[in-house]
Write a protein of this length. Structure first.
Length: 262
C-alpha cells in the first residue's frame, strides 16, 4: 500500500501533503523508499572503522536520522530531500558513536597530538605542512608518523561531521555540508552561516592537492576509497591515509580559526 502511494503522485506532491497531514501512512512510505539511503551512508562511514563497530548498528543509528529528516523536511525550501537526509542520517550515526565513546583513549590522544603538531607547524610556516615536517615536530620518524596516521584513520570520519552551530541546535554548518550541497537555510542566521561556510571552503582550498581531491571525490562525488584509489592510481590504504590527514589538517586549522571568531 505504501509503495503504491508514491507511484500514484509525484514526490513533491506527497511531501506537501505530508507537511499538512503528518500522515503515518505517508511517513511509512518515505521510510521504505529511503532505507537504502541509510544503508549507503552507513556503508561509507563503516569504511576504515574498527571491527568492533557493526554495520547493522550503524544502520540502526542512521534510521533515527532518517525519521528525523522526514519529520523536519520542508519541501518548500529549495533543497532535495536526499541531500537533506544524508546530512541528518550521517549526523545521527556520528552522535550515537560519540555516545558509545567507541574510540580508545590512546587513539584519541594520538589524534590530538597529531592535530596539535599540525597547528604548531602550519602556524609557523604559514602553509600546509609536509609529513616530514609534522613528524619532526613530534620528534618521530616519518615512518612512525605514517603508522600513527593509520592507527587513527578509523576515527577521522568524525572530523568532517563536526559542526559549528549558528542559531538553535537544529541549524548548523558541518564541514561535510560545505563540500556537498548546502542544507536549508534559516534566514535569521544566513549571514553567519555563509561566513562559516566561506571559512571552511577556503580552508579546504588550502589543503595539499591530493588531500583536497580525496575529500571532493569522497564527499561530493560519492566515490569509495577503492574507487578513489583507481582514479588517483594509488592503493586503497593510501587513500585512507590521505583522507585521515586531510580531516586532521582541517580540524586543526578550523579549531584555531573558531577560537578566534566564535
Amino acid at each position: 500500500m505504501a509503495a503504491s502511494i508514491i507511484d500514484e503522485k509525484t514526490e513533491d506532491e506527497l511531501w506537501l501533503e505530508f507537511k499538512k497531514t503528518r500522515s503515518p501512512q505517508l511517513r511509512d512510505a518515505f521510510i521504505r523508499k529511503y532505507m537504502p539511503l541509510v544503508k549507503y551512508v552507513a556503508g561509507k562511514l563503516a569504511n576504515g572503522m574498527p571491527g568492533s563497530v557493526e554495520f547493522d548498528d550503524l544502520v540502526g543509528f542512521g534510521q533515527f536520522g532518517l525519521l528525523d529528516a522526514i519529520n523536519k523536511y520542508d519541501p518548500e525550501k529549495n533543497v532535495k530531500f536526499k541531500t537533506y537526509a544524508v546530512t541528518r542520517i550521517r549526523g545521527s550515526i556520528i552522535d550515537e558513536l560519540r555516545v558509545l565513546d567507541w574510540v580508545p583513549r590512546s587513539v584519541r590522544q594520538k589524534a590530538r597530538e597529531i592535530e596539535d603538531a599540525i597547528v604548531d607547524v602550519e602556524s609557523r610556516l604559514g602553509r600546509p605542512a609536509t609529513d616530514a615536517e609534522i613528524a619532526a615536530s613530534m620528534g618521530i620518524s616519518e615512518e612512525e608518523f605514517q603508522q600513527n596516521i593509520m592507527r587513527v584513520s578509523g576515527t577521522s570520519v568524525l572530523s568532517l561531521d563536526d559542526v559549528w552551530y549558528s542559531g538553535d541546535d537544529s541549524d548548523h554548518v558541518s564541514i561535510g555540508d560545505s563540500i556537498e550541497s548546502p542544507s536549508s537555510f534559516n534566514p535569521d542566521v544566513i549571514v553567519e552561516r555563509e561566513e562559516i561556510r566561506r571559512i571552511i571552503i577556503e580552508s579546504i582550498k588550502e589543503l595539499p592537492k591530493k588531500e583536497k581531491m580525496v575529500l571532493v571525490l569522497y564527499y561530493h562525488e560519492d566515490l569509495t576509497f577503492k574507487e578513489i584509489g583507481q582514479v588517483l592510481n594509488v592503493s586503497e590504504s593510501r587513500i585512507s591515509q590521505l583522507h585521515t590527514k586531510a580531516n586532521m589538517r582541517l580540524r586543526a586549522k578550523l579549531t584555531n580559526i573558531r577560537k578566534g571568531i566564535m
